[in-house]
Design a protein around this ligand. Structure first.
Ligand code: NOJ
Length: 553
């Protein structure tokens, strides 16, 4: 059964009654299913757990859920190694249950976005198993990138490319007689062979998978590693300074044709489905090309997400974000974290509070009180900016990164492929605490969740925070309620407030003002008629360091 929403009519920048499609200013909550809520008590989160917590998400005030992959997967990369796109992993539930979840959420006004992973599949996917079983040069191998090695006996990989997970990007196969065979390409882990997007089967299959889920009421897809699927078929070595669009495997111009065909499919539904790109590109102009009117609707704003807690840095990122999006008429997105990066309630307390994968190390000191304070202010900053807002599960609870997980429980290939130098991404994936006490703090009936929770986790629980009007959860609820109620926060209206000083970010949207202060000395609030929300207690008209307010002008 398919669920449809009608386009919601809301106040818009170009007229009070212009219809604004829902995704232009939606609040989208990211669920990492393994760690959200465990409905069947086996220690792993699942769809039953999510269904039981839909009332919580409704009360939080979100418009949509984005699920990281729920498909059948050996979990070599937390589900981004998909074995079968038309199934739900039995650990999570079933396709029937996913449909029920989509419908139940829709009845609460919450849309569902799922993850699509076009760059690669699991090495357990039937296509790759068939390719391995077939001889060199066979049609089955042409859906992937199989090549002979270089050097004597083909013992060297076909290119010098480096994996985002560390190490090389090629793994050598073994022939049935035990002799070394061809190599296959994987930009990520060896368990994630890259698909060959020049092959018509690959294109057809993904278009079919999109329809499979769109027909089941899914409102949109988040496109994994969206700037990587197309490769230069000549497979040249990386290096030098290739012209834009001519890197051997990143941001190639041919990608846009794929997303145009996906957009046509998305647009063919009564309520058009939405494409959200995971596009990590430093050049704002190249980034914006993915958001042209016949391609994706939005893409994650990683420039903003990775900047340090610094007024100048964040102001510059906001400006360049708005400029780049204006060129293509797409709304910006604002993201503080996700399942791949260090949680803001830890990162913002570091001496260097920027985020970079290569810089992640065990034992980097942080001041958690400072980080928490800044994470509250950052929530109000992102919540007030024009465009859509992403909230990663647990950030609304102010969860810190868990940095002392025992080494023997770590699962992330980024940790292992770094030779153990990078702590990896498990610390932001620890199961959520729902209750102050009890087995796994209410995550599930099992005492032992798949990653252990810290002893003090109950203090961060939903139960504890619901009782506390000063908690992070109460702040998020209040913020999202105001965001939905205030016409000034819809649409694109945005204007910097002048004269607030280098250490303060201040802007106006309609009759609302958001001010965030970074400097050590308090500053006087801009003129206002009403204080709507503050990230901290205020004394008089002063805004202290690392704090934010929403005011009515
Ligand atoms: C980006 C995803 O967010 C990440 O978790 C995954 O490891 C890579 N893409 C590879 O699929």
């Amino acid at each position: 059964m398919s669920t449809t929403f009608s386009t919601v009519a809301q106040a818009a920048p170009d007229g009070p009654n212009s219809p604004v499609p829902w995704w232009r200013n939606a609040v989208i909550y990211q669920v990492y299913p393994r760690s959200f809520a465990d409905g069947n008590g086996d220690g792993t989160g699942d769809l039953a757990g999510v269904r039981s917590r839909l009332p919580y998400l409704r009360t939080l005030g979100i418009d949509a859920i984005w699920f990281t992959p729920w498909y059948s997967s050996p979990l070599a990369d937390g589900g981004y190694d998909v074995a079968d796109y038309r199934t739900v992993d039995p650990a999570f539930g079933s396709v029937d249950e996913a449909e029920r979840l989509v419908d139940e959420a829709a009845r609460l006004g919450i849309r569902t976005i799922i993850d699509i992973v076009p760059n690669h599949v699991s090495d357990q996917h039937e296509w790759f198993r068939a390719a391995l079983a077939a001889p060199q040069g066979s049609p089955q191998r042409q859906r992937f990138w199989f090549r002979s090695g270089r050097g004597s006996g083909g013992g060297e990989p076909p290119t010098n490319w480096e994996s985002s997970f560390g190490g090389g990007t090629w793994t050598r196969t073994t022939n049935p007689d035990g002799s070394p065979g061809e190599w296959y390409l994987h930009l990520f882990a060896p368990e994630q062979p890259d698909l060959n997007w020049n092959h018509p089967d690959v294109r057809r299959e993904h278009e079919d998978v999109l329809r499979f889920w769109f027909d089941r009421g899914v409102a949109g897809v988040r496109i994994d590693s969206a700037s990587m699927p197309v490769k230069d078929p000549a497979l040249p070595d990386a290096g030098g300074d290739p012209a834009p669009g001519e890197h051997p495997f990143l941001d190639r111009d041919e990608l846009h044709d794929i997303y145009r065909s996906w957009r046509a499919i998305a647009d063919s539904y009564e309520e058009p489905r939405v494409l959200v790109g995971e596009v990590w590109l430093a050049d704002p102009g190249r980034f914006a090309r993915y958001l042209r009117p016949d391609e994706m609707h939005t893409a994650f704003n990683f420039d903003f997400m990775t900047r340090p807690w610094d007024a100048g840095e964040l102001r510059a990122s906001i400006q360049s974000t708005l400029d780049a999006h204006r060129t293509v008429g797409a709304p910006a997105t604002w993201v503080l974290s996700n399942h791949d990066v260090t949680r803001p309630a830890t990162r913002y307390g570091r001496e260097d509070s920027s985020f970079g994968f290569a810089a992640r190390r065990f034992g980097t000191p942080t001041d958690l009180a400072t980080a928490h304070r800044r994470a509250r202010a950052a929530a109000l900053l992102t919540g007030a900016l024009p465009g859509s807002l992403y909230v990663y599960q647990g950030d609304e609870l102010g969860l810190p990164e868990v940095e002392d997980l025992p080494l023997d429980v770590l699962r992330d290939p980024m940790h292992f492929r770094s030779g153990g130098v990078d702590p990896g991404r498990d610390g932001c994936r620890v199961p959520l605490p729902w209750t102050a006490t009890g087995p796994s703090f209410g995550f599930g009936a099992a005492g032992e969740p798949w990653l252990p929770q810290p002893d003090g986790w109950g203090a961060y629980s939903v139960e504890s925070q619901e009782r506390d009007p000063a908690s992070m959860l109460s702040l998020y609820r209040a913020m999202l309620a105001i965001r939905h109620a205030e016409p000034g926060l819809l649409g694109d209206a945005f204007e910097w407030l002048a004269g607030t000083g280098e250490q303060t970010i201040a802007f106006r949207r309609g009759d609302l003002i958001c001010t965030v202060h970074f400097g050590p000395e308090p500053v006087t609030l801009p003129a206002h008629t009403e204080l709507l929300l503050a990230s901290t207690d205020l004394t008089g008209d002063l805004l202290p360091t690392d704090a934010a307010v929403w005011l009515r002008a």
